[in-house]
Write a protein that binds this ligand. Structure first.
Ligand SMILES: NC(=O)c1ccc[n+]([C@@H]2O[C@H](COP(=O)([O-])OP(=O)(O)OC[C@H]3O[C@@H](n4cnc5c(N)ncnc54)[C@H](O)[C@@H]3O)[C@@H](O)[C@H]2O)c1
Length: 249
């Protein structure tokens, strides 16, 4: 019951890592607000969690829309009275090299991966500050730390998230709000399914990981649970690697 009575908002809730979090947090007795653009999956997940005895509410949210954030905060406060935890988890992925990337897709990616977390933070902080408690977790990626032959926009957005995390932790510490990042390596979800669908690509990814395998969504969810719960009450401004040792070498 590590999240007993905590109200937790998870964006990108219906994706691989999002679903794993929502199910785990509900088991830990949180009231979970599932935020995503995928309404069908969102209502189904909320229903599954409720049927299993948890507390879940789906809210349709495009993280890049300020007015959607205003509505989410309003709905959440009306229903649950407060917001204790926000996980800025929604993200989109692109593998085009910098030279092949086009500006419209660059802008779209930045508006979801980076502006989404900026808007989310702004939206929830007011309520957290008045309660003098809160935990915000930004989901970055090891692509923030190391370059690659492919991609560029995605890694740049995730690196900027680490800076947003540090600034935000400094500016909110005196209000009792902690802000941290998790930094996953390759995790088996729809997002990277193309990269790992051919056995050669998969073997190459795995050969670079100290623990010799890709991560699972629940392994990231447990790291986020730690940062969301009071177990991490003395932890802020940090970057928690969940990468099987990928970046230790
Ligand atoms: N899978 C990996 O290998 C990996 C590695 C490192 C970091 N991450 C990060 O973890 C997070 C979750 O990724 P995942 O692997 O579960 O991906 P996923 O593709 O399974 O899920 C992404 C979710 O985000 C939602 N989403 C997309 N655009 C949105 C928007 N504008 N507003 C609200 N929701 C939106 C999608 O509907 C989907 O439910 C992402 O931030 C991703 O960048 C993933």
């Amino acid at each position: 019951m590590r999240l007993l009575n905590k109200v937790v908002v998870v964006t990108g809730a219906t994706g691989g890592i999002g679903q794993a979090q929502c199910r785990l947090f509900a088991k830990e007795r949180a009231k979970v607000v599932l935020a995503d653009i995928d309404e069908q999956k969102g209502f189904k997940l909320a229903n599954d969690i409720s049927v299993a005895g948890g507390s879940a509410l789906f809210v349709n949210l495009d993280v890049s829309s300020e007015s959607d954030w205003d509505s989410l905060v309003k709905i959440t406060i009306e229903r649950f009275k407060k917001i204790d935890v926000l996980v800025n988890n929604a993200g989109i992925y692109r593998t085009e090299s910098i030279q092949e990337e086009n500006t419209a897709d660059w802008d779209r990616l930045m508006s979801v991966n980076l502006k989404g977390a900026f808007l989310g933070t702004k939206a929830v902080v007011q309520s957290m500050r008045s309660n003098k408690v809160g935990s915000i977790i930004n989901v970055s990626s090891t692509t923030a730390l190391v370059g690659s032959w492919r991609g560029g926009a995605y890694g740049a957005s995730k690196a900027a998230l680490l800076s947003l995390t540090k600034h935000s932790s400094i500016q909110n510490a005196k209000y009792g709000i902690r802000v941290n990042a998790v930094v996953p390596g390759p995790i088996e979800t729809e997002m990277i399914s193309k990269n790992i669908s051919d056995p050669e690509g998969r073997a190459l990814s795995e050969s670079r990981i100290l623990l010799g395998r890709l991560g699972s969504p629940s392994e990231v969810a447990y790291a986020i649970l730690y940062l969301a719960s009071d177990d991490s009450r003395y932890v802020t401004g940090t970057e928690l690697l969940v990468d099987g040792g990928l970046t230790a070498q």
